[in-house]
Design a protein around this ligand. Structure first.
Ligand SMILES: Cc1cc2nc3c(=O)[nH]c(=O)nc-3n(C[C@H](O)[C@H](O)[C@H](O)COP(=O)(O)OP(=O)(O)OC[C@H]3O[C@@H](n4cnc5c(N)ncnc54)[C@H](O)[C@@H]3O)c2cc1C
Length: 410
């Protein structure tokens, strides 16, 4: 069976290597629009931006490994057209070449959302998705005095921490009334805010950007809806990503916010799977909703499951979803899916914070700041389908691991 994978990012590379480790010995063609070896994105807003992680350490796999297991990487090539029938199809690449396949994987990722305001395209207004973006941002930060980060999500806050550690004056502008509002609860948002403010970063919440000022030489300021103007030499946009679904739409696949897939990556066409940031899937922990989860763990797990599906094998059960974000010295770790919680327990405070989330008395998730022990205990409890007594968990002196127990049947 000939398998073609569009997108050589975290998910595409994982799928290609999983196909080999599951015993597939037919052709695997991995096509990626970006030049060079496939790389990891998380360091782009952390060590690579700070200059402490060298470019070679970004590589997901060495060239010799890919060659050794027979993965045919077509780097720097974009798939511009595809045809698909009952028996398979053909991809057309931007150099005019064609790749025929029996099964297709879409791992096209996402692109950074751009600021839809006047001046949003001025020089010095920078998004962060690719290594090229990170290089441009690194160069921009080097000469900057005032940096405005639009968006108080994970990537925006990581960039803010890096820029602040380099001595820049940093302001984060967030439209919601708190940081990370879509993913964590109020006490956790407040903890993260306090940490950034202690570094000297200004955080403006409930603040909408109405326009950017400047000219051909670059951006000079950010204007807010209330008329305030903030000076800016660099504006970083961290306002989310848009799943790359054009190819899927052109093929007539079902697309909502992302390419619609089942929990093992099967799309509406039997010969096509969709994985990673481009896909929305139900998760075993949230079976009734289509989730678009932008994380390394999600990309790797979806790709591993899709490899089994393509080879007609039973996918391994999905693990506990988890995510990390390093914002300077602040280390955040999230486990489980906290949406729909009806109770929460706040543990610690000061240097460390853990927020545990419960639904109908049972642990479903946790957000953890600077406490890997709590994080590991929660992850292991969730993996076993166990819980942690909420009343006892309030005492931060008691190790969470000692409180893991079987849930009481509802
Ligand atoms: C700055 C940054 C920091 C992050 N930090 C973290 C973190 O700390 N923790 C965490 O868990 N996650 C983090 N993430 C998220 C994580 O990196 C993504 O969830 C993951 O990379 C998704 O992998 P993917 O393969 O689905 O997409 P991508 O990695 O985006 O790869 C998709 C690839 O497909 C290519 N492509 C698209 N269309 C075509 C086409 N038509 N033809 C050929 N190629 C095409 C794209 O060019 C791209 O290279 C971060 C992301 C960013 C951008």
């Amino acid at each position: 069976m000939r398998i073609a994978i569009v997108g050589a990012g975290q998910a595409g590379v994982q799928l290609a290597t999983s196909l080999r480790s599951l015993g597939h010995d037919g052709p695997v063609v991995l096509i990626g629009a970006e030049p060079g070896l496939p790389y990891q994105r998380p360091p782009l807003s952390k060590g690579f931006l700070a200059g402490t992680t060298p470019a070679e350490e970004l590589d997901l796999r060495e060239r010799s490994y890919l060659d050794g297991v027979g993965i045919d990487l077509r780097a720097g090539r974009t798939v511009v057209e595809a045809t698909l029938g009952d028996e398979g199809g053909t991809l057309r690449l931007d150099d005019g070449s064609e790749v025929a396949f029996d099964a297709l994987a879409l791992a096209t990722g996402a692109t950074s959302r751009t600021l839809p305001v006047p001046g949003g395209d001025l020089p010095g207004v920078l998004g962060l998705r690719t290594v090229a973006d990170a290089e441009a941002l690194r160069a921009g930060l080097a000469g900057a005095t005032d940096v405005v980060v639009v968006g108080g999500g994970f990537i925006g806050l990581e960039v803010a921490a890096t820029a602040r550690a380099q001595g820049r004056r940093v302001t984060v502008v967030e439209a919601a009334d708190r940081l990370l509002a879509r993913v964590v609860s109020e006490p956790f948002s407040a903890h993260v805010r306090a940490w950034h403010e202690a570094q000297g970063t200004t955080i403006l919440t409930g603040a909408a950007v109405s326009g950017l000022t400047g000219g051909p030489d670059g951006v000079t300021g950010v204007t807010l809806a209330d008329g305030t103007t903030l000076p800016a030499d660099v504006v970083v946009t961290g306002i989310g990503a848009v799943p790359a679904c054009d190819l899927a739409r052109a093929l007539g696949l079902s697309v909502e916010r992302g390419i619609v897939a089942d929990e093992h990556g099967r799309t509406s066409h039997p010969r096509v799977v969709a994985i990673g940031d481009c896909a929305v899937q139900p998760h075993p922990h949230e079976p009734d909703r289509l989730l678009g989860v932008e994380s390394v763990n999600n990309a790797v797990e979806q790709a591993t499951a899709a490899a089994s599906v393509l080879l007609g094998q039973e996918p391994a059960p999905r693990g506990v979803p988890w995510f990390w974000s390093n914002q300077g010295e602040l280390k955040l770790q999230l486990a489980g899916i906290s949406d729909g919680h009806d109770e929460r327990v706040v543990r610690g405070g000061g240097e460390r914070l853990t927020v545990l989330y419960y639904r109908r008395g049972r642990l479903i998730a946790a957000d953890v700041a600077d406490n890997p022990r709590d994080f590991n205990a929660v992850k292991s409890a969730l993996a076993k389908g166990a819980t942690i007594d909420p009343r006892a968990a309030i005492d931060s002196e008691v190790p969470l691991r000692s409180l893991i127990s079987e849930p009481v049947p509802a």
